[in-house]
Design a protein around this ligand. Structure first.
Ligand SMILES: C[S@@+](CC[C@H](N)C(=O)[O-])C[C@H]1O[C@@H](n2cnc3c(N)ncnc32)[C@H](O)[C@@H]1O
Length: 344
């Protein structure tokens, strides 16, 4: 009996060829890639095998799936090396930045982390290093990561035709924000944009490469992230569009000039809201990111925007409220798009 007829649903997410790379990475980051089947091309689209349906995506049932001979399965690979009680704690998801694998490992598995790293490298021969992810710290969003296999922590990550050079132990790159970066790539044509928390260019470069704004002012406080931002502007040949500024956006954001302001920070973004709103000309659009309790989505973030606009004598028209990702238990990363006008 073929494996296709054993009752498995054999679901796949369909994507246009141009979106396939980014869609695959999103699926891997959610731990939903069915590694037993191959990615296929059908009717001009790419079918990426998944373990369970993803709400709102274009999902198909594959009639003729193609299976790998030996599918990646950490539990199987490490059955001899780990005590049985540890097998269930093995990671089921990880993500790949360039040629680096980033994985969260349960604290009880720390003594086995180098075997886990090596097993992951065996699945991805083009990858050189595996980093254990221990979270992100502070206002400068510095990752805590340690190499558990390989030593090279610098890489160039390609996403949606944009190149990001980075050191994965020094700067963050959020796999969960992929859809938002893709969305941003469609905004800004001909506009003057201010990216107040630019990082290494997550939103700036997607916009600059795909939408060609007139100008993007990209502000970043962390000196290491700023260095990579400057490198990435050159790497993507958008130095005629992007002006990087090393500094605190609370102090260097211009006033009343921007068609669009991106506030891609979480937790403390409300402190900068009046600065972001003041940067906009009447009719300009704000993208306000914030982490809020899931049960108060989107009201808590919408209130932040409307109150800050009101305090400045301006009016906010809410255009869209999006859940970017689950941030932590009971907390969602939200983004609110709002048009900011003069008050009537
Ligand atoms: C969370 S990261 C951006 C993440 C991005 N939204 C993504 O897609 O992954 C936010 C960046 O803002 C920078 N930052 C924090 N406070 C800042 C400030 N006051 N002015 C400018 N940049 C700041 C941090 O150093 C960090 O690089």
């Amino acid at each position: 009996m073929s494996r296709a007829s054993t009752g498995k649903a054999n679901l796949a997410a369909r994507a246009r060829r141009i979106d396939a790379d980014a869609t695959l990475k999103e699926i891997i980051s959610r731990g939903l890639l069915d590694k037993s089947r191959k990615v296929l091309e059908r009717d001009g689209c790419v079918e990426i095998p998944i373990l369970e349906p993803i709400f709102g995506w274009d999902i198909v049932r594959q009639e003729e799936p193609l299976f790998y001979r030996g599918s990646p399965d950490l539990a199987k690979s490490l059955a001899e090396e780990l005590p049985p009680q540890c097998i269930d704690l093995l990671p089921r998801g990880w993500y790949i930045q360039g040629d680096i694998i980033v994985v969260k490992i349960h604290p009880d598995l720390a003594p086995y982390q180098s075997c886990i790293g090596q097993a992951l490298l065996n699945y991805y021969p083009r990858c050189k290093t595996v980093l254990r992810d221990l979270g992100i710290e502070g206002q400068l969003r510095e990752p805590k990561r340690e190499a558990i296999a390989g030593t090279n922590t610098k890489t160039v990550h390609k996403e949606n035709a944009v190149l990001f050079e980075l050191d994965a132990t020094k700067v963050m790159f959020s796999a969960g924000n992929l859809r938002e970066r893709m969305r941003m790539s469609r905004f800004g044509k001909g506009e003057f944009v201010v990216d107040m928390f630019a990082g290494i260019g997550y939103f700036t470069l997607q916009m600059a490469v795909h939408s060609r704004p007139r100008k993007i002012l990209s502000i970043e406080l962390n000196p290491v992230a700023f260095e990579f931002l400057c490198k990435n502007i050159l790497l993507n040949h958008v130095e005629d569009i992007v002006e990087p500024i090393h500094g605190d956006c609370a102090k260097v954001t211009p006033q009343g000039v921007a068609d669009r302001v991106v506030m891609g920070m979480v937790q403390v973004t409300d402190r900068y809201l009046q600065t972001g709103i003041s940067a906009l000309r009447p009719g300009g659009v704000l993208h306000y990111h914030q982490t809020i309790p899931t049960k108060s989505f989107p009201d808590a973030a919408v209130q932040d925007v409307t109150n800050a606009a009101l305090a400045l004598g301006r009016k906010a028209e809410i255009l869209q409220c999006i859940r970017v990702k689950k941030y932590s238990p009971g907390v969602v990363h939200a983004v609110i798009d709002a048009r900011i006008d003069k008050s009537n």
